[in-house]
Design a protein around this ligand. Structure first.
Ligand code: IPM
Ligand code: MN
Length: 354
């Protein structure tokens, strides 16, 4: 029995979560495995109900679980809260509390969607398949001092050699399983934290002579991602640079709504979430793309439960439904069939069964 904590959160998090849970149900039946789902609150909804965005009970449930499926947290209503009380901070605190220092963000430009991408087809070629390895519990989102008033504000980008080394090893190991190419992103020409980052990555590279390492400055990287993305396979970045660049990479997948993520630590416990936010502009309309969430379920099956075949089933089902021409509003094109969140979830669920 795998214990999964389900945290829908706010905005479209709730809508896409229903589809993620439905896919888990299908997998449970098809493979005859038990998933024990427990719902927990976190984010703005939790604040309204309990006065905190991160209830202690939610943290405890997560600590005792095998995996966490998360939707999204935040919204204009809670933007006025002090920084440390905001929904976004709750997510950051949970990641830190669970020591989930690895954030894997795979990005695929699927063949059937090449026509819908914001870049010319020749830039994407036959399709793209990349992974951003983002450091998740250090860097400028956590560094101290972190304070501000109406005259002056400071955020500190702090990295220790140990923090850089452990995430670098994850990226090198992943590169070894893929193309053996790794691009490490930094701002070494301007930042001390980046100097340390680069030096540590170079040191770790000594243990991986079979992996070709490149260093790319973050500003140039953001240009290269749209100009010539095929040069990249595994990318390694600190917390903020990885956060920013992974949204940019989302455009190459056709929409942020297509992008899953896995946040991992030393053990098997993982937190899985689409990389999109709560999308207040479309929340409650039933039109959000559930694919990022559904692919996050696939990542859970793979990383937390070693259910490779099931994970592949889900991946393939997504491809099959897209190949058949079904699209949600964010990725729709001429001559395609636009469907809502639930219908897209239905189609993918049926495909997983077949
Ligand atoms: C993400 C989000 C979060 C982050 C926010 C909501 C805390 O942007 O997962 O990319 O900055 O990591
Ligand atoms: Mn982000």
């Amino acid at each position: 029995m795998h214990k999964i904590v389900v945290i829908p959160g706010d905005g479209i998090g709730v809508e896409v979560m229903s589809q993620g849970v439905r896919i888990l149900g299908v997998i449970s039946e098809k493979y005859d495995v038990g998933f024990q789902l427990e719902e927990a609150t976190m984010g703005g909804g939790a604040f309204d109900e309990l006065g905190t965005c991160l209830p202690e009970s939610t943290v405890r449930l997560c600590e005792e679980s095998d995996a966490i499926l998360f939707g999204a947290a935040g919204g204009p209503k809670w933007d006025v809260l002090p920084s440390e009380k905001r929904p976004e901070r709750a997510l950051a605190v949970l990641r830190k509390q669970l020591e989930l220092f690895v954030n894997l963000r795979p990005v695929k430009a699927r063949k059937s969607m090449i026509g819908a991408l914001p870049v010319k087809p020749e830039i994407v070629g036959e399709g793209l398949d990349m992974v951003m390895v983002r450091e998740l519990t250090g860097g400028i989102y956590y560094g101290l001092p972190k304070e501000g008033n109406s005259e002056k504000a400071v955020d500190s980008m702090v990295y220790t050699a140990g923090e850089v080394e452990r995430i670098a090893r994850v990226a090198f190991d992943l590169a070894r399983k893929r193309s053996r190419r790794l691009a490490s992103i930094d701002k070494e020409n301007m930042m001390e934290a980046s100097k340390l980052w680069r030096a540590v990555v170079i040191k770790v590279a000594e243990d991986y002579p079979d992996v070709e390492l490149r260093h790319v400055l973050v500003d140039n990287c953001s240009f290269q991602i749209v100009a010539a993305p095929r040069q990249f396979d595994v990318m390694l970045a600190g917390n903020m640079f990885g956060d920013i660049l992974s949204d940019e990479l989302g455009a190459l997948a056709g929409s942020l709504g297509m992008c899953p993520s896995a946040s991992l630590g030393y053990g098997k416990l993982g937190l899985y979430e689409p990389i999109h936010g709560t999308a207040p502009d479309i929340a409650g309309k039933g039109i959000a793309n559930p694919i990022g969430m559904i692919l996050s379920v696939a990542m859970m099956l793979h990383y937390s439960f070693d259910m490779e075949e099931a994970a592949e089933d889900v991946e393939k089902a997504v491809d099959a439904v897209l190949d058949r021409g079904y699209r949600t509003a964010d990725i729709t094109e001429k001559d395609k069939r636009t469907v809502g969140t639930a219908e897209m979830g239905d189609l993918i669920a049926q495909e997983v069964y077949s």
